[in-house]
Every structure is written in C-alpha cells, then in structure tokens.
Design a binder for this molecule. Sequence first.
Ligand SMILES: NC(=O)c1ccc[n+]([C@@H]2O[C@H](COP(=O)([O-])OP(=O)(O)OC[C@H]3O[C@@H](n4cnc5c(N)ncnc54)[C@H](OP(=O)(O)O)[C@@H]3O)[C@@H](O)[C@H]2O)c1
Ligand SMILES: *[C@@H]1O[C@H](CO)[C@@H](O)[C@H](O)[C@H]1NC(C)=O
Length: 289
Amino acid sequence: MGTFTKILLSAACVAFLAARWTAPRFDAESLRGARVLVTGASTGIGEQMAYHYARFGAQVVITARRDKVLQKVAEECLRLGAQKALYVAADMASESDPDTVVDFALEHLGGLDYLVLNHIGPSPFSMWEGDVEHTRWLMKVNFLSYVQMAWRSLASLEQSKGSLVIVSSLLAKMPSPFVAPYASTKHALNGFFGSLYHELAMKKSNVSVSICTLGLIDTESAMDKVRGYTDVPAYPAPERAFDIIVTGATRKPELFYPWFPRALILNKEWFPSSQTTSSKTPTTTRLEF
Ligand SMILES: NC(=O)c1ccc[n+]([C@@H]2O[C@H](COP(=O)([O-])OP(=O)(O)OC[C@H]3O[C@@H](n4cnc5c(N)ncnc54)[C@H](OP(=O)(O)O)[C@@H]3O)[C@@H](O)[C@H]2O)c1
Ligand SMILES: *[C@@H]1O[C@H](CO)[C@@H](O)[C@H](O)[C@H]1NC(C)=O
C-alpha cells in the first residue's frame, strides 16, 4: 500500500470515528412527558412508534380513520406507560381534518414537541392504467395533508424547539414499476421537506426536520401488496419504528435504512442506462421500498 493510500485510509477512519463520537446520543429521558402527535398510528409502523413513545413516558395523540382500532392502541399506550394517550379519528383526504387533528393535539397537550407524519392511504400494487382520480386522492392523503399539518404545527414547534419527523420510502429515491402514484407522493414529500429543511436552517429556526427513508418493512399492508413479487428482505416494524423515534429525538436530518440501496441510487444517478427494466420479467424486477 502506498503512503498516500495509507494517509487517505487513516483520514477516512478518523473522520468516521469523529462522526460517531460527536453524533448526538439518544437520551430516553428526553422523551418523558414529550408531547407527540403520531399519524397513521392505528396499524403498522405508526402503531409501533406510538408504543415506543408510550414506553418512554411521552404524552401521545394518535390519529387514523378507524375509531375503534385507535381506541385499542391508545389503551395499550397507557398500559405501556404513556403519561397521556388520546386519539382522534380523521380522514387525511379531507381538507379540514389535518388542521382539526393538529388543533386537537395542541389543545389537549398544550403544544407539541414532535409531529410524526407517517400515514398513507391504501394504493394498489399494479401497473398504472390511467386512474387519475386515485392519484389525486393519494396526493392529498400522502402529501398535501403532511404539508398542511406541518404548517399548522410550526409555531408550536418553534416555541418548544420541537421536531418534524417525515416517514418516507426508498421509492422516493428509486422509482419502480407498479407504484407510480405512491412513488410520486413520496418523491413530493422528499422534495418539499428537503426544501423546508434548508429554509428553516436559513431562518435559524428552532425546529428540526428528519426525513426517514425506509426499505421494505414487514407490516401487514406492505406484505399483502408485494407477496409473490419480490424476494427482498422485509425488516421488522418495531425496530424501524424505534430508529425513527431516535432519529427525531437526536434531531438528525436523515434516516436511511437499510444503508446499502444508497449505493444503487448513486449508481443510477451516474449510470442511468444500466437501470432499464426488462419488459418480459415483471415478477423478477428488483423492487425496493
Ligand atoms: N411497510 C413498508 O414496507 C414501508 C416501506 C417504506 C416506507 N414505509 C412508510 O412507512 C409508513 C407507514 O407504513 P405502514 O406499512 O406502517 O402502513 P400501514 O400499516 O398501511 O398504515 C397506514 C396507516 O395510515 C392510516 N390511514 C390510511 N388511510 C388514511 C386516511 N385516508 N386518513 C388517515 N389515516 C389513514 C391507516 O389507518 P386507518 O385505516 O385506520 O385509517 C394506518 O394507521 C408510510 O409512510 C409508508 O410509506 C413503509
Ligand atoms: C426559538 O425559541 C426561543 C425560546 O426558547 C424563542 O424565544 C424564539 O422566538 C424561538 N424562535 C422562533 C423563530 O420562534
């Protein structure tokens, strides 16, 4: 090994270790009493996030459409140690519900420390055949309601030096077949909240923005969709939910899990022609989430 290579490698090691040591540590105590609103919390990753916040003694408001399911999740939150667990049923396709939910949380918790935006409307896993209405609807649920809730919460988050946590997907970075409307909504999220991140930094805002980019997670709805289409590994929801919470609590701008598709994304940016999908083999197409 040449001297130059050695120096380069040592510098890379030092930079890596320095980044590790100086990275903010997660302090579970910081979540005790924290005022948290989690959306899409009746099932899946949202439900697991609510349970984690509950175990850390937070005060949570959860929302989704199904009243009865939310009630059960809220009861479980109390059992796990939440200081408060309230729920409010709402449809994020509605123009007024996103505001109503934020107002409910602000009123009952007296402000917000974490706004965790996670809900998604159901969308088919299939070739896009011109369903413009579904695409419009999904854009409202998966994207516009996020924008609306973030804006409605911002003043309170400024006051509390709070955090905005956005749950996104690898499909925000690598478009794949059968998910055109869903992938669009996730691209929109990354674009919007990526810009907002910079604008808040320019304004020296107190609010942190974390964008969480996840691969395939073993939630019921996701596994139902992709069964028979892909053999990429699905990661357990409770662990990923925990990662998201830590990312928000340590105010990191980004969570990327798993890490390796990042290399594929870079490869795609640099060598676009290497990514053409074969039209003959829909079932063996590489699908990422
Ligand atoms: N699972 C994965 O493989 C994966 C991969 C990458 C990223 N993600 C992201 O992780 C997040 C959670 O995914 P998940 O798999 O946990 O989803 P999920 O289990 O399908 O949960 C979706 C949640 O959104 C709620 N919801 C659906 N439509 C709604 C509407 N119109 N208004 C309000 N709430 C609505 C659902 O409850 P109700 O039916 O009661 O309304 C449910 O609580 C999403 O942002 C997703 O994009 C997931
Ligand atoms: C940031 O928080 C402090 C209180 O800790 C507050 O005085 C200040 O107004 C906040 N900044 C903004 C932009 O709201």
